[in-house]
Design a protein. Sequence first.
Length: 230
Amino acid sequence: MLTVAIHQPNYLPWLGYFHKIRHCDVFVFLDDVQYSKNSYINRVQILNQRQAKFLTVPVSYEFGASINAVSPAQLDWPKRHLDTLKGFYRKAPCFSDIWPDIETILSSTPQSDLATSNRYLVESIASKLGFACDFRQSSELETGDKTGDDRLIEIVSGLAPGGRYLSGKGGASYQDGVKFRDAGLELHYADFDHPTYPQSSRAFVEGLSVLDAAFSVGWADTAALLERTN
């Protein structure tokens, strides 16, 4: 049975995002839904002097635009983000091992639109973690005028008939499980317990970019942290 996960293309997302990638066969970037200002689509938290700080991609957009129609407002943002990351993490235990990869990935990030940039970053990092799945994007899939659960069902049914949809546990508050069952699909929720690892903060800070874990413990141990979650 194939497992499909679906999520907006977020910027350098947290460990829970990659947990879903690790536990699915097909991951769909929901790139043609409306962009939400100041969301994790164009920003993420990283650690600086034991405090969480936002790292934000400056964007240019019109209200109501889809994520794949949002463009960067400044083309030099990858360089500026590299400078910030280097300043924040240069003393991290695995910085010297991880930095060449991050420098190459961010420097090569495509600039056409936010969805393309984020997809490239997510796929590149997933590769470094050793996570292999089939990456797709919703704008390439035919779903007619369906919305909400109906569109998710159409996507999953088209990619994995009779398969499983892996949703974030927050979806349990609004998704209609009966619709998925009637469509012949299993609906599962990712039960992600945030792992801890050595961090520069005295009190562990959850929800940071996957890069915080990578700089702290390396690619292999970051992948292992996600293997141990449910």
